[in-house]
Structure formats: structure tokens, C-alpha cells
Write a protein that binds this ligand. Structure first.
Ligand code: ATP
Ligand code: MG
Length: 340
């Protein structure tokens, strides 16, 4: 079997670790929807096992899991055309994750910037799960033998690690069992930055709610957050290069470009020389126009949590039907006795 023989299959996931943000939407979910519509098999997961790498209140986790599923559907993912499910209902993820813990090397894990960012100065107090996170992520992807992984820029390193794990597994066991998955990082906003600090990624787990726009924010909240977004005193430049060294300005222009489907150059051409006092309300209008139908649809879906649970359960059955044979095959390759 050669690498080319793997059927194209898309897998990606988002953690139910808080409200979905504009960064998640532009960097991930919008891309998920495009890939669903491109005719490739698509599998999208609510990665709840990843969320618990940092403490989650159980009730909030349940709510965030359903809300993320609602957001997927509200953004255009169709549970009949994609497989939508939550990770903890398909045990193959955790099981292959353990097998990969024994393939991945400590040296590789030590290079992962997300662990350093999230563990911060107090790494001794971080959970072992937070450290092993990338190995579970490799299992998420590879238990479907997925070939393409749409993600934001921040997850590139983890998808590359999944390639390394697949490559080492194949090499160690003299097989071509796993494909080497490719990150797909596309769009004008692959790394949306915090509204409070243009050098920090926008994150749903950031303690400051003002740092992000949530898909559940109403129009007034969105307008207020954009108005308060940190900027510098200069007007917008007359070329894209003029955004260099101005991270906050660059971020707002990138968000505008991604929301409007225009290039950054077109946005600059439209707003060159204008103050943020003029640009920010235009950006807020654009964000509200794009997000408010999604917010409304999410709240409709959240009115019927039993239906969301049904969709997740059905997706989990279909996901498990794909994942279990791949896990079983990996066990055979590794020499486990399987007699039932
Ligand atoms: P957390 O703070 O809990 O890590 P998060 O906002 O980083 O939450 P994740 O669940 O870790 O979200 O990531 C889900 C997807 O969203 C990934 O593909 C990730 O690359 C993408 N993503 C996250 N933040 C951004 C961002 N600021 N800009 C673009 N894409 C993003
Ligand atoms: Mg993250």
C-alpha cells in the first residue's frame, strides 16, 4: 500500500472549553463548511477529552458540548452530510491515543508551543493530559486514517506532530498503515488575535471576555467589544505593508477581510487614511451581519438539547464504525492478541 492509496478524508475538532469565538469561526468552522461542500468525506468532532486537560466544571462541559454542536450546525455543518459527534462517545480515540503515547517521543512533546503557552510558568502543576494532548490529537485524526485537517495556524505544529507519529509508527512496524495527514490552513484570518493584545491569539479560554467576540454575543456586545478593541493612534495605512509592526491594526483589517471575503489590499484601499473611529463601526456592522443569523439559529437549536444529543449519538455510531476497524488493525500491526 502506498500513501497515495488513502481515500481523501477530512477530520477536525474543536474543544468545548468555552464559547466559540470569531477566531474559531474564521480559522476553523468556516473552512469545515467549505470542505463539507467540496464532496470529500468530512468528520467533525467536539473534542471533549481535550477540554478536560484543564479543569472543566461538569455542568458547564455538558452545556459547552451541546452549544458547540449547535454552533457547528448553525454555521452550516449538516449532520447528514458530515459526521458530527463528541469525542468521548467513541472510545477508539483514547485507546489509540495510548498506543501513540508509546510511539511519540518526549523530545517531540517538549517542543510543543501550546503546552508552554497553556502551562505557563507553573508547568509542574499542569495535568499530564495537557502535555500528552498532541498525541491524543494524532489519534483523533489517524483513527479515521484522515488525510486532511483544516485548522487555524496555531494547530499547524500539532498536525505536523501527527505526521511524525504516523511516520514513526509506519517505520517502526515496517508498514504504510497510517497516512501522513496534511494541515489545511486557509483564508484571510488563520490566526485571529486578541482584541486586547494584538500579539496574543484570540482564545475561547482567555479569562478576558473583552479579548474575543463570541458567537453567542448580541449585536450591542459585538459593537462594544470592537469599539473597545486596542488600536494605535495612527490612521489606517495606504498599503498592506504599512500594517507591519501594527499588530492590532493588522488584526482588525484581517478580520474585516475574512468577513467580507475581500483581500487585505482591497480593505486597505477602501479605508486608507481613515481613523479607527470610522473603521471600527464598519467592522462591527459586518461582524453583526455575518454572526447574528448564526447566533439566532444556535439559540433555536439549544432550545432542544435532546435533539442535539440525538445528533451527537448518531454521529458517534457512524464515527465508531469507521474508527474501530482502524484501531483493531493498528493493534494487529503492534502484536496484540485479539480473540473477541
Ligand atoms: P482554547 O483556548 O481552549 O485552546 P481555542 O479558541 O484555542 O480554545 P481550540 O478548540 O483550541 O480553540 O481550537 C479549535 C480550532 O480553532 C483549531 O483549528 C484552531 O486552530 C482554531 N483557532 C483557535 N483560535 C484561533 C484563532 N484565534 N484564529 C484562527 N483560528 C483559531
Ligand atoms: Mg486552542
Amino acid at each position: 500500500m502506498t500513501e497515495q492509496s488513502f481515500k481523501h478524508r477530512v477530520f477536525s475538532g474543536i474543544q468545548p472549553s468555552g464559547n466559540l469565538t470569531l477566531g474559531n469561526y474564521l480559522g476553523a468552522v468556516k473552512r469545515f463548511v467549505e470542505m463539507q461542500d467540496s464532496g470529500i468525506e468530512t468528520i467533525y468532532c467536539v473534542v471533549d477529552l481535550h477540554a478536560i486537560t484543564v479543569w472543566q466544571d461538569p455542568e458547564k462541559l455538558r452545556h459547552a458540548t451541546r452549544e458547540l454542536a449547535a454552533a457547528y450546525i448553525a454555521c452550516g455543518l449538516d449532520p447528514t452530510r458530515s459526521i458530527l459527534f463528541n469525542q468521548s462517545q467513541v472510545s477508539a480515540h483514547a485507546e489509540l491515543g495510548w498506543l501513540f503515547n508509546c510511539v511519540a517521543r518526549l523530545g517531540w512533546m517538549n517542543r510543543m508551543t501550546q503546552f508552554k503557552d497553556k502551562a505557563g510558568k507553573n508547568a509542574e502543576k499542569a495535568s499530564l493530559g495537557l502535555y500528552a494532548y498532541p498525541s491524543l490529537m494524532a489519534a483523533d485524526i489517524l483513527t479515521y486514517q484522515a488525510t486532511h485537517v483544516p485548522v487555524g495556524e496555531d494547530q499547524k505544529q500539532h498536525v505536523e506532530l501527527a505526521r511524525d507519529i504516523a511516520g514513526k509508527f509506519n517505520h517502526d512496524y515496517g508498514t504504510e498503515y497510517f497516512p501522513l495527514p496534511e494541515p489545511i490552513i486557509e483564508g484571510a484570518a488563520t490566526r485571529v488575535m486578541s482584541l486586547r493584545d494584538g500579539t496574543k491569539k484570540m482564545s475561547k479560554s482567555d479569562p478576558s471576555d473583552l479579548s474575543r467576540i463570541n458567537l453567542t454575543d448580541d449585536a450591542d456586545t459585538i459593537a462594544k467589544k470592537i469599539k473597545k478593541a486596542k488600536t494605535d493612534p495612527e490612521p489606517l495605512p495606504d498599503s498592506v505593508d504599512g500594517l507591519d509592526g501594527r499588530p492590532e491594526a493588522k488584526n482588525l483589517v484581517s478580520i474585516y477581510a475574512a468577513l467580507s471575503g475581500k483581500s487585505k489590499a482591497d480593505v486597505i484601499a477602501e479605508f486608507a487614511g481613515q481613523q479607527f473611529g470610522a473603521f471600527k463601526p464598519a467592522l462591527a456592522d459586518l461582524a453583526v451581519a455575518e454572526l447574528s443569523p448564526i447566533t439566532a439559529r444556535m439559540s433555536d437549536l439549544m432550545a432542544d438539547p435532546a435533539e442535539i444529543d440525538r445528533i451527537l449519538g448518531d454521529g458517534a455510531d457512524r464515527a465508531a464504525a469507521l474508527a474501530e476497524p482502524v484501531l483493531a488493525g493498528a493493534k494487529d500491526v503492534m502484536g496484540f492478541v485479539r480473540s473477541r
